[in-house]
Design a binder for this molecule. Structure first.
Ligand code: S3P
Length: 173
């Protein structure tokens, strides 16, 4: 089984994913880290030097590579992964994949993302938390329909890591 974690930047996909993998005795993979390793550069530099279209092409390519070659993994996607190309339909079509959307409200996403926006090329230019809130609002309006197609939606607002993990495990077992 592959457990795919979906959600906006800063929703906790990697943090929760790592711990979920331990609990399930699965391996953990972060798609961004995988891309970064294979391309031998950072995500920021891929955006800067080759552009977003190149990044999206590679994202789809490596997503398919992982799905077709690995099993017993928790895979944290990038925030945009399910919203481009046929990525979501590939995920939904596979009987071996369970998708989980980690849903966090806009103000909490902004609070978490503002101090660390430097290494996220899509939001690194934003000057204030207010601007970020507005950006996320518009972005989530476009992306939510994709995220909402996950097999399970976990509301994570004000939940501890332990609570989130329990909520996911309840759905998986
Ligand atoms: C992106 C999210 C990032 C990374 C890239 C684009 C997005 O991943 O893939 O910067 O489009 O939302 P995280 O969600 O892990 O930050």
């Amino acid at each position: 089984m592959i457990v795919v974690l979906i959600g906006y930047m800063g929703s906790g996909k990697s943090t929760i994913g790592k711990e979920l993998a331990i609990l399930l005795s699965y391996n953990f993979l972060d798609l961004d880290d995988y891309i970064s390793e294979r391309e031998e550069t950072t995500i920021t530099d891929i955006f800067k030097e080759k552009g977003e279209i190149y990044f999206r092409k590679k994202e789809t390519e490596y997503l398919n590579e992982i799905i077709n070659s690995l099993d017993n993994v928790v895979l944290a996607l990038g925030g945009g992964t399910p919203c481009y190309g046929n990525n979501l339909s590939v995920i939904k079509k596979s009987e071996n994949i369970i998708s989980v959307y980690l849903k966090l409200s806009i103000p909490l996403l902004a609070k978490r993302l503002f101090p660390e926006r430097g290494n996220r090329p899509l939001i690194s230019h934003l000057k204030s938390e207010e601007e970020l809130i507005e950006f996320i609002g518009k972005h989530l309006f476009e992306r939510s329909p994709f995220y909402a197609k996950a097999d399970y939606i976990i509301n994570t607002d004000y939940k501890s890591k332990k609570d989130i993990l329990e909520a996911i495990l309840m759905q998986l077992i």
